[in-house]
Design a protein around this ligand. Structure first.
Ligand SMILES: Nc1ncnc2c1ncn2[C@@H]1O[C@H](COP(=O)(O)OP(=O)(O)O)[C@@H](O)[C@H]1O
Ligand SMILES: [Mg+2]
Length: 284
């Protein structure tokens, strides 16, 4: 079960994201990025955050701690922004919180280098969960204390929006050509060999158990939340066995336009061919 905290103060909205997450303080004196049940994307986004975030963590990837946050909409009464106030009003009850990483920077593939082993693991993981949201346009990775961290797993497992087609959809190929880590020579075979066997029925049952019941109730076609939890396990388990064979990668270059600030792009020399394989980490 995820730790449960109570929101004590709404600090500010985060406007970079599409879903208007907000920074809140909680009764454990922690600061969290909060994703709201009342947001337009719906509660399945939060289910995906928990299932995939906790799965990633158990596979050894860096994912900030996830908690559930009890929200009394009254804390938003003083909020001057109408949009935020509506969101808080619609989100009473349990919401999702992610530990706020203070001082983190958005990952930029032109300013930060990742080794082939780590790049392979992240791409394999994103293929497993059908993540369409880790492209160079929208990396959803933060660099904190010198390490890359994975955030924002809301747009994954597209198949949970259409259960009758879930098994077929989960068998689909994954095109990683636009993935933000595609240019780093990802060693997908090594990642599959290491991470694939870790994705067992037991592990998946454990991560799915972390999803609060109230985000799962009343799903059409399921008689109980337990039945719905079980439905998440099967497609992920099947996909873990063979997804590495279905990952495609066009030869990427590192000279793509990026979100790097203009002053930085101009100063970086093109990378010599083959550098992707060197595996050296750290900033350059
Ligand atoms: N744990 C965190 N620590 C610090 N900043 C974060 C954290 N999570 C998200 N952010 C910031 O908030 C932005 C939006 O969050 P994200 O989870 O990507 O939401 P969205 O679904 O709206 O894209 C991110 O791009 C990042 O700048
Ligand atoms: Mg995002």
């Amino acid at each position: 079960m995820l730790k449960e905290v109570v929101a004590t103060r709404y600090v500010t909205p985060l406007r970079e994201g599409g879903s208007l997450p907000g920074i809140v303080e909680a009764d454990d004196l922690g600061t969290y990025v909060m994703k709201f049940t009342g947001a337009g994307q719906g509660r399945k986004t939060l289910v995906a955050e928990v299932v995939c975030g906790e799965l990633g963590r158990r596979l050894g990837l860096r994912v900030p701690e996830l908690v559930t946050i009890q929200l009394d909409p009254v804390i938003g009464l003083a909020e001057p922004d109408q949009e935020v106030q509506e969101l808080l009003k619609a989100s009473g009850g349990l919401n999702l919180g992610m530990d706020y990483l203070p001082g983190s920077l958005g990952f930029d593939p032109l300013a930060y280098q990742v080794g082939p082993a780590e790049a392979g693991k992240v791409i394999w993981f994103d293929a497993l969960i059908n993540n369409v949201d880790r492209s160079w346009r929208n990396p959803n990775m933060l660099v904190w204390h010198g390490d890359p961290w994975l955030i924002d797993h809301g747009a994954t497992m597209i198949w949970h929006h259409n259960w009758p087609g879930a098994q077929t959809s989960a068998a689909k190929p994954y095109n990683a050509s636009d993935h933000v880590l595609a240019p780093f020579g990802p060693d997908i075979a090594a990642a599959a060999a290491e991470l694939g066997p870790l994705v067992t029925e037991e592990l998946l049952t454990e991560v799915v158990a972390d999803v609060p019941d109230e985000w799962l109730v009343d799903e059409p076609g399921f008689e109980s939340t337990d039945a719905l939890r079980r439905a998440y396990v099967a497609p992920l388990l099947a996909r873990a066995r063979s997804v590495h064979e279905r990952i495609s990668l066009d030869a990427p270059t590192r000279t793509r336009p990026s979100q790097a600030p203009g002053w930085l792009v101009g100063r970086l020399a093109p990378q010599p061919a083959g550098d992707e394989q060197s595996g050296k980490g750290g900033r350059r």
